[in-house]
Ligand binder design. Structure first.
Ligand code: NAP
Length: 257
């Protein structure tokens, strides 16, 4: 018997096999959860289709989180195909390349809006849409992915750090709203992982080296470790935890000078 046998989950944010969302999906699926996946645009469909195809019983939907219509269509599809939902994984972030390249002070209104819409508001929109399907399950768990740059200034992270701060605050407000419905909302703050999105951050390779040198475990986190921590937070093992940000960063965030 798997920890999540008979449970269903929606994983948003798989772009390819390096995606953190894919590491999480593998952990959830290995524990018995049936999964729905989303892909953003036809460009990524084939990639995600191929990966999702390796998970028995999985289903696939398009999703651009900037569209309320697509969010609505997604959850109609999930309701039709899965009937209910126990878990939602939000592993989505975007900022315009110029806003990760220039100084933060140069961020224009549109860049600020786009980063916050896609990387933070989308958690609120997706969670609200997931709520009725989680209530059908008697409760559920939502997980968002964040980074230390929400808390401390990280060179090159810029508007994404500010959007992650908004995401983490949203986790707490959502957790307070949804707790009475037995829906838990948490975030996992991952150390740097070499993914498509991460490579958009100026100086990312240097960031990997710095983390590995400074972290108590003297290495960078492996995607599998993020998947395992996500499995914990989304499973009944974490039934008493909500509104939390759990660091999976080999201890990097505890270090001062
Ligand atoms: P990734 O593989 O590039 O995943 C990011 C995902 O966000 C992609 O699937 C991307 O699709 C999707 N996305 C962007 N805009 C979207 C939109 N408008 N609608 C729907 N989906 C959209 O990179 P990742 O590193 O695994 O990122 C996953 C999460 O982990 C993000 O929240 C990220 O900030 C967080 N995180 C990453 C690290 C790290 O070092 N990698 C560390 C801590 C936290 P497209 O490719 O089509 O844009």
């Amino acid at each position: 018997m798997g920890l999540l046998d008979g449970k269903t989950g929606l994983v948003c944010g798989v772009a390819n096999k390096r995606s953190i969302a894919w590491a999480i999906a593998q952990a959830l699926s290995a524990a018995g959860m049936r999964l729905a996946f989303t892909y953003q645009g036809e460009r990524l469909k084939e990639n995600v289709e191929e990966l999702a195809g390796t998970r028995p019983g999985s289903v696939l939907y398009p999703l651009d989180v900037t569209s309320d219509d697509e969010i609505g269509a997604l959850f109609s599809g999930v309701e039709r195909d899965l009937g209910r939902l126990d878990a939602l994984v939000h592993s989505i972030a975007f900022a315009r390349p110029e806003d990760l390249k220039n100084d933060f002070v140069a961020t224009e209104r549109e860049g600020f809006r786009v980063a916050h819409d896609i990387s933070a508001y989308s958690l609120v929109g997706l969670t609200r849409a997931a709520m009725p399907l989680m209530e059908k399950s008697g409760g559920g768990a939502v997980l968002a992915l964040t980074y230390y740059g929400a808390e401390k200034v990280t060179a090159g992270y810029n508007v994404m750090g500010v959007a992650k701060a908004s995401l983490e605050a949203s986790v707490r407000y959502l957790a307070a709203n949804l707790g009475p419905k037995n829906i838990r909302v948490n975030a996992l703050s991952a150390g740097p992982v070499n993914t498509l999105a991460a490579r958009g951050v100026r100086g990312f390779t240097g960031m990997l080296t710095h983390h590995a040198e400074k972290a108590p475990l003297r290495r960078n986190v492996e995607p599998r470790e993020i998947g395992d921590a996500a499995l914990f937070l989304l499973s009944p093992m974490a039934s008493g935890i909500t509104g939390e940000v759990l660091y999976v960063d080999c201890g990097f965030h505890i270090m001062g000078v």
